[in-house]
Design a protein around this ligand. Structure first.
Ligand code: NOJ
Length: 981
């Protein structure tokens, strides 16, 4: 929808916007992504230049990087190695340019950081990403924790570091290369392919006045080479440049794309470098792309993609599956995994970035031969990646684990973990563009109760406002918003309204007026006049969230006395924050507009949406000192977004293909540090039929953020509208989500402390099973629940992979499957395969209610799935679900463990709690009303708690016993031991 409008000239828009809107809506169902609106690498000057450089390297026999470290400049002090990096090709010796500054930092988390910047550039290169992305100044490794092993005969400097001295970094000076080794095995290699390239800031050269006889174009096409002739005199020989070499000089200054010109006043300033994951064939991460979990090759023979993966936050209308085009969010984090190692990198840059992926062929030989060759293979298997950014400084973190959990923790210690969400926000959300008026809201709300379907949040899209003026209401449609929210609130339900970053230019609109008075809008390239462009409200301005004054002012808009009609149960949806600008290049804001501090937008583009998200979360947190956690959903994202709320995957389509795409997309986003994410259930564009909608609900209940949403032009599709059997099937799916809320909430708490993903790729739970490394059509929720969504029409059987050597239990009928291996499993219309892994304990609440709030005093069920040793473990986390009191230790965290026939429950004491609070007192008394014990090899005969005997009933299900213990009279707040035999 958005990009359809993007191609209409602003001048005409004012008069025709309504009819265009209507036409656009009608077309929305039939059209697809407009690829021509978005650049390919060859249309992006710096990407093309850096790729050409990679081609030159490939074509040149014995290619060696021209970069060298000046060995005499190297200093290692307090965990930081510094030195001078010289390009021996560019900087004729003795050089007239200062060398590049090289830094290697060893961190106290065992991570490492590599930085390359210009020394004394003609203007400073932008280095501010760290100020907004890193949560705190981190600690360096202490001098005792690393050891300089000296230089070998080739001048390679070796430093050993890490808690167990497991890591080694080898720095080669000529050519410049860095190798990170884990236990002596090369794992992450920088500039091993010699693709490091660094465009220095320069003055634009005025075109030379041609001298007589000088051929036009000769200057650009040849380089003079100075040689000495036999007589010892210097002569100049002109060398013809190859086509690739000519490409290195293209589009250095002004650059055109369609009708847009990027003025690039600072000229070229891009850089690129190769990062090799040695011994590793699968790499993951760098969202957001509509593609597979294991990244595909973009270079080399048989590469499925021809363009690199692109990171540039864009509003892509009806995006297509299976391609590396940029989407709404960017996280330059990549994790590589093999049976033997796991490592990751974070390329901390918020400018446009492209990443090529090239895979070394895997060794396909089997048997003894492969064993003999295994040593060699381990060295030759590799994924080579090439990272290219338009501006800023090269700033890279390397995480060597050694486990995934270590990597998630190391990465999270820099960019933060997910904020613990409000409990309601992990329940079900009902959204549509648009719920038309207050009566519509009341009817939809009542519909849920009539059909006995729980839901927590009703959403209002842009039409609820007065002419797309955010923080206002269309008074004819929503005459009494406070009453509306209060009526939802009596049932424990909330409301979310949309607030976008474009502000309608209108002197009578209070936000627009205050913004102008405070001078908080993004500026044109002249640095003084306000930028204006076109978005939903027509002519609009964009708030400059880089201005601290703008952030505070924006946050203040959420206080109840400013946002008239808002209440404590109203939360926020931040959309269009890439930012989407209908009249701009690639439907976004031009790169040469200026932010506070004279920062060109090109440096911070991928962070803009996050700055907006963060200011909004700040607003909700501080509105009238309610001590309430915020809830803000954002479409654009970057590394660190997890600190501010949830994200979703934007404008997907009501098609089977998009249902299938959602799993790899959400898994990728989650492992890149943003676990609270979802895809529009049902598909945004178009109208799903009943089968697709039902299958989408069955899958969507396993998205961390679970919201149904629909385009303005799609048919109404509230869960009961298709009638039976679909209403029952959807009700059953949503209720299943609600029964598992205690398990989900516990996973969110873990994510908020450890930085772990919530839905997890199979390989993170089974890191040694190569069969799962490329798997993204099934996944784990935590480490306990396996989900395989049905993503094709008319499917009644699914081929499920049961990893590991333990059993798996169907969560509905407790039937048993034995791993490892694939098995066809029935997946009739009312069910998708979902299994609990043996060895886990899952807490549930099984009483159907209207909303999650209404369940808050309900007792628990524990489903205990015993492994072959008769053991299992799990946790339950509970707090008040809405305030920040948990930070003071006001929560209950209970660990359950079974071994030797005893289920023990132990409260984990909080370090910050100051005694019993009213919450812990009340919640600590909540009962465990039922235990379901799966996987016993014989029926349990006797269950006791202390000297009390408790009733148990067992039945045989598919060769294994399901034993139910009712009312063992234990609570979550008091430790207990329950014995069974
Ligand atoms: C684009 C968003 O992606 C979509 O979810 C929303 O409904 C429309 N903007 C209208 O606000």
């Amino acid at each position: 929808m958005e990009s359809g409008q993007g191609r209409i000239k602003p001048s005409k828009r004012r008069t025709i916007v309504r009819s265009v809107l209507a036409l656009g809506l009608a077309l929305a169902c039939v059209s697809a992504v407009k690829r021509e609106d978005f650049k390919t690498c060859s249309q992006s000057g710096f990407c093309a230049r850096n790729r050409a450089y990679a081609d030159i390297a490939k074509e040149t026999p014995q290619w060696a990087s021209p970069f060298q470290l000046n060995p005499s400049s190297l200093r290692l002090h307090k965990g930081v190695l510094t030195g001078d990096l010289i390009n021996v090709q560019e900087d004729k010796q003795p050089s007239d340019k200062p060398a590049l500054a090289f830094e290697l930092h060893l961190l106290d988390t065992d991570a490492a950081r590599v930085r390359i910047n210009e020394r004394n550039p003609i203007h400073p290169r932008y280095d501010g990403v760290q100020d907004t992305v890193l949560i705190k100044p981190y600690g360096h490794a202490t001098e005792e924790s690393y050891q300089k092993l000296g230089k070998d005969e080739n001048g390679v400097l070796t430093i050993q570091y890490g808690a167990q001295n497991q890591n080694t970094v080898r720095i080669s000076s000529a050519p410049f290369k860095i190798e990170f080794l884990v236990n002596g095995v090369p794992t992450v290699l920088l500039n091993d392919e010699g693709l490091l390239r660094f465009e220095r800031l320069r003055k634009k050269e005025e075109p030379k006045v041609e001298e007589e006889g000088e051929k036009q174009g000769e200057e650009a096409n040849s380089d003079p080479l100075v040689e000495q002739n036999a007589g010892g005199n210097e002569i100049e020989i002109a060398i013809e440049k190859s086509d690739l070499e000519k490409k290195l000089e293209e589009n250095l200054w002004e650059e055109k794309f369609k009708e847009f010109t990027d003025s690039k006043p600072r000229g070229p300033e891009s850089f690129g470098m190769d990062i090799t994951f040695s011994g590793i064939n699968h790499v993951y991460g760098i969202p957001e792309h509509a593609s597979s979990l294991s990244l595909k090759a973009t270079r080399g023979p048989d590469a499925p993609y021809t363009d690199p993966y692109r990171l540039y936050n864009l509003d892509v209308f009806e995006y297509e599956g299976d391609n590396p085009m940029a989407l709404y969010g960017s996280v330059p984090f990549m994790l590589g995994h093999s049976k033997n190692s796991t490592a990751a990198v974070f390329w901390m840059n918020a400018a446009e970035t492209w990443i090529d992926v090239e895979k070394s062929p895997e060794d396909k030989t089997g048997g003894i031969l492969s064993w003999i060759k295994s040593k060699k293979t381990a060295q030759s298997a590799a994924t080579k990646t090439h990272w290219i950014s338009e501006a800023g400084v090269l700033d890279l973190f390397v995480f060597l684990g050694p486990t995934h959990r270590d990597i998630f923790r190391q990465y999270a210690s820099l960019v933060g973990t997910t904020a613990l969400p409000q409990a309601f926000s992990i329940a079900y959300h009902q959204c549509r563009w648009n719920y038309n008026n207050q009566q519509d809201v009341a009817e939809v709300d009542a519909g849920f109760d009539e059909h006995d379907i729980p839901y927590d949040v009703l959403w209002l899209d842009i039409e609820h406002t007065n002419g797309k003026r955010y923080f206002t209401w269309d008074e004819a449609k929503f005459p009494n918003p406070t009453e509306m929210q209060e009526s939802l609130s009596t049932k424990g339900r909330k409301m979310v309204t949309i607030i976008d970053p474009h502000i309608k230019k209108d002197g009578d609109y209070h936000v627009s007026k205050e913004g102008a008075e405070l001078d908080v809008y993004i500026k044109n390239k002249d640095g003084s006049s306000d930028f204006d462009g076109w978005c939903w409200p027509g002519s609009s301005q964009w708030i400059d969230f880089y201005n601290p004054k703008a952030r505070d002012w924006w946050a203040s808009q959420f206080s109840y006395d400013k946002y008239i009609g808002s209440t404590k149960s109203l939360f926020t949806w931040n959309d269009m924050n890439e930012p989407s600008v209908f009249s701009g290049p690639e439907i976004t804001i031009p790169k040469d507009v200026i932010h506070y501090g004279n920062v060109e937008h090109r440096n911070v583009h991928n962070l803009y949406g996050t700055m907006f998200h963060s200011a909004t979360a700040q607003g909700l947190t501080h509105r009238n000192e309610t001590n309430q956690r915020p809830f803000v959903l954002s479409r654009a994202f970057f590394a660190g977004t997890q600190r501010f709320g949830a994200i979703w995957t934007g404008d997907n389509v009501a098609s089977w293909e998009h249902l299938e795409l959602a799993s790899p997309m959400l898994l990728t986003i989650g492992l890149s540090g943003i676990p609270f994410s979802g895809a529009d259930v049902g598909g945004f564009f178009g109208s799903p039929d009943a089968e697709l909608l039902t299958r989408w609900y069955q899958a969507g209940i396993y998205y961390p953020f679970f919201r149904a949403h629909a385009h303005l032009d799609s048919k109404r599709r509230e869960p009961w509208l298709f009638g039976e059997p679909y209403t029952t099937q959807i009700r059953e799916a949503i209720r299943t989500r609600y029964t598992l809320l205690p398990f989900w909430y516990t996973l969110f708490q873990e994510a908020s402390v450890e930085g772990t993903p919530i839905i997890r790729p199979m390989f993170t739970v089974f890191p040694e099973d190569e069969a799962v490394f490329g798997m993204d059509d099934q996944y784990m929720v935590g480490d306990a629940i396996l989900v395989k969504p049905v993503v094709k029409s008319a499917v009644v059987q699914s081929n499920v992979y049961f990893a590991g050597k333990e059993k798996w239990f169907d969560i509905k009928d407790y039937s048993v499957e034995q791993g490892p291996g694939f098995k066809d499993i029935d997946s009739p219309a009312d069910k998708i395969p979902v299994y609990q892994r043996a060895g886990t304990i899952v807490p549930k609440r099984e009483r159907p209610r209207r909303s999650s709030k209404a369940m808050e005093n309900d007792p628990f069920t524990l489903v205990v799935a015993l492994d072959s040793k008769g053991e299992a473990s799990g946790r339950l986390y509970l707090d008040d679900g809405e305030s920040f009191n948990y930070e003071k230790g006001d929560y209950i965290l209970t660990e359950f463990k079974v071994s030797n026939g005893v289920l023990s429950s132990r409260k984990v004491e909080s370090a910050t709690a100051s005694g019993e609070s009213s919450f812990t007192e009340k919640a600590g008394g909540l009962r465990i009303e039922r235990l379901v014990i799966l996987g016993a090899t014989a029926p349990l005969k006797k269950v006791t708690v202390g000297d009390r005997t408790v009733q148990v009933n067992c039945s045989l299900v598919g060769g294994s016993y399901v034993c139910t213990v009712k009312e063992p009279q234990v609570t979550i707040g008091k430790d207990f031991d329950l014995s069974f035999a």
